[in-house]
Design a protein around this ligand. Structure first.
Ligand SMILES: CC(C)(COP(=O)(O)OP(=O)(O)OC[C@H]1O[C@@H](n2cnc3c(N)ncnc32)[C@H](O)[C@@H]1OP(=O)(O)O)[C@@H](O)C(=O)NCCC(=O)NCCS
Length: 264
């Protein structure tokens, strides 16, 4: 078995992030737009926090990725928990490199950093690491992997305690008065190249149904106040938050129609 090594992402190896997360799609024009948005965000995070991604290398090749940052870095939360590190995602897209300990080494490296005084916490002691796992249907589900790495479930979150005890997050409350009743708003995240891509697909899908309905795409980190006012709902159409995604196109279209026609 080849040797696994872990490196923090800095300006020097920033492109390895995309070699992992966008593998096989690096030349796709829309993917390139998502990558550009994320590269800009990553550079700002590296300047402010030193790093926010770890990459695992197997025999020198970047194969797995782990992204994290202090909750206090997130601009679109009404309150944040001190010393909490958000583990956003872990990903190894390479079938032949799976089950070789690359992602386990990434999580171990993050835990080890959090037990010390990592630069990204700016002198604050780490209380716990928290993640909201999601399932893409690819590889091992994140939830299963985190559980095997020692994380335990607390409500919607999975956590790993370092120096503190778990504290519940404060959830935002949806207020329909804050929504634009004449348009659709799609919120995307610059932290993942796929988020922008899926926002453009959602815009296109709405345009097919209602070509005259304005659709605003909002970068959550660039315009946190807009995201906050919508309680971080990812898609709001004429004042109605939409729950279905494009994966279930029939339900998605039905919800959009209900939101548009129910509002007139
Ligand atoms: C979960 C995931 C990251 C695991 O990646 P990986 O690099 O294969 O992980 P590891 O090799 O470290 O661990 C996988 C398994 O191998 C085992 N393992 C760990 N070290 C090992 C080693 N040195 N040798 C052999 N097996 C090992 C682990 O215990 C683990 O077993 P488990 O599944 O029973 O818990 C990967 O399957 C994946 O990408 N899943 C999709 C996650 C996703 O959707 N991400 C979001 C994308 S945006």
């Amino acid at each position: 078995m080849g040797a696994v090594s872990v490196r923090d992402v800095t300006e020097a190896n920033i492109e390895d992030v995309f070699r992992v997360c966008s593998c096989g799609r690096l030349e796709d024009p829309i993917q390139k737009e998502g990558i550009e948005i994320r590269r800009h965000w990553l550079r700002e995070m590296i300047q402010e926090y030193g790093t926010c991604v770890k990459i695992a290398y197997l025999e020198g090749k970047p194969v797995a990725h782990l992204m994290f940052y202090p909750e206090e870095a997130v601009p679109f939360l009404s309150s944040t928990r001190e010393g909490v590190v958000l583990l956003r995602c872990v990903y190894n897209p390479f079938e032949e490199a799976r089950g070789k300990g690359a992602s386990t080494a990434l999580v171990s490296s993050l835990i080890e950093d959090c037990r010390g005084s990592p630069k990204f916490l700016k002198g604050v002691e780490c209380s716990f690491i928290v993640s909201e796992p999601f399932n893409t249907g690819e590889g091992t589900p994140m939830e299963k992997f985190y559980a095997s790495s020692g994380f335990v479930r607390r409500g919607d979150e999975m956590i790993y305690e370092i120096n503190g005890r778990y504290v519940l997050p404060k959830r935002l409350v949806w207020n329909p008065d804050h929504a634009n009743k004449e348009a659709a708003t799609v919120i995307y995240n610059p932290t993942c190249e796929y988020s922008y891509i899926s926002a453009t697909r959602v815009r296109d899908a709405i345009n097919i149904l209602y070509p005259n309905l304005p659709v605003w795409l909002i970068d959550q980190w660039q315009k946190p106040e807009a995201s906050l006012s919508l309680a971080n709902e990812w898609l709001v159409v004429k004042g109605t938050p939409i729950k279905s995604g494009l994966k279930d196109r029939k339900s998605f279209d039905a919800e959009i129609k209900q939101a548009v026609e129910g509002s007139s």
